[in-house]
Design a binder for this molecule. Structure first.
Ligand code: TRP
Length: 335
């Protein structure tokens, strides 16, 4: 049996933080590394970002940061097609064709759109669609095109994106039925089931909007300071402590190796370790994990010309495949 292709995208809407790393970047790199015989596709979804970011410099900066970040963390370009969405304009041609088989009612059911409409219902003078642009409304069609263009079989995503992968499956089905073909592969999502959202410095979910993130490649001294400010209870060093209600432990658990995590857990439960020690263990671990990648990240970011050249080279395979698929699609639809 041929191994399936794995495909996923990441939207460049902010500085990459360790929540993105633990939740999406590391699992995706691991999954792709475990599929060296299959075909892997990883891309920066820069057109998806335009629904929310209207500043060109920011879009460019975040796009470069994500690309540099994947490269610095060891993305293996020998078995992964790595590209920027905008470098494969066939995506947009496919989006138009998929729009013609997608019922409008399907888009009305999309979570992100419904959430915007529900939020407007709470406001006194708002119309249901206030603040909703067509990019947000048709987001699932663009995302379906991303996936179907390359016959992505397995799509690693966060829980909030499962519905979009289901829609891509539905839309592939509409096309295949209309044209009586099996032209598009029906994709399946893959979510890391046991992964809880990583906590931020204040113990809530780590999120840009809470301002509680730890940047992936931030200054180690600042990171240590921020860790030292994490609020803990007032237990004395000798007392046993509950790891599961402790932010320092939870961050460590999301990042360190299982044996290291088990060891720290035991030290919490036995007592004899103060919170200051636990914070130092966490800060040391982050230094150790990210020192090498941070240096490489900075090298890539310092030479944007070289980074662009690497991206251009990496995207060649995807561009060829996209062109061939669209050529065949035109035959099917008669354009
Ligand atoms: N919508 C995804 C997110 O917000 C990013 C994305 C765009 C994506 N296109 C995709 C993910 C295709 C998987 C496959 O995180």
């Amino acid at each position: 049996m041929a191994s399936k292709s794995i495909l996923t995208g990441i939207k460049p809407t902010g500085q990459v933080h360790i929540g993105n790393y633990a939740g999406m970047i590391r699992p995706t790199l691991d999954l792709m590394a475990s599929n060296p015989d299959g075909e892997n596709f990883l891309f920066v979804a820069n057109y998806h970002a335009l629904n929310s970011i209207g500043n060109a410099e920011e879009v460019r900066q975040f796009t470069h940061e994500i690309a540099a970040c994947f490269l610095a963390l060891g993305l293996d370009l020998s078995h992964t097609n790595f590209y920027r969405q905008s470098d494969v304009p066939e995506v947009f041609e496919l989006t138009q064709v998929l729009s013609s088989v997608t019922p409008k009612g399907l888009m009305n059911r999309a979570h992100a759109y419904k959430a915007a409409v529900d939020a407007n219902a709470e406001k006194p003078n708002a119309q249901p669609d206030d603040g909703v642009n067509m990019g947000l409304y048709t987001y699932p069609i663009l995302m379906s095109a991303d996936i179907l263009l390359f016959d992505g079989g397995i799509v690693p995503v966060g829980k909030d994106q499962i519905q979009h992968v289901e829609f891509a499956r539905d839309i592939a089905g509409y096309f295949n039925r209309r044209y009586d073909t099996e032209f598009f592969t029906l994709p399946e999502h893959s979510v890391q089931e046991n992964l809880e959202a990583i906590v931020g410095l204040d113990g809530r979910k780590m999120s840009k909007s809470y301002g509680n993130t730890i940047p992936l490649f931030g200054d180690p001294k600042k990171r240590r300071k921020a860790i030292n400010k994490i609020v803990t209870d007032s237990r004395e060093p000798h007392e046993p402590k509950d790891p599961d209600t402790n932010t320092v432990y939870q961050l460590y658990a999301a990042l360190a190796e299982p044996a290291e995590v088990a060891h720290l857990r035991a030290r919490f439960e036995e007592g004899g370790m103060g919170y200051g020690d636990a914070k130092r263990i966490l800060a040391d671990k982050l230094d150790e994990m990210f020192e090498g990648p941070k240096a490489r990240f900075e090298e890539y970011m310092a030479d944007r010309g070289e980074l662009e050249a690497m991206m251009a080279k990496a995207s060649k395979g995807a561009k060829e495949k996209a062109a061939a698929k669209i050529e065949a699609m035109r035959g099917i639809v008669g354009t």
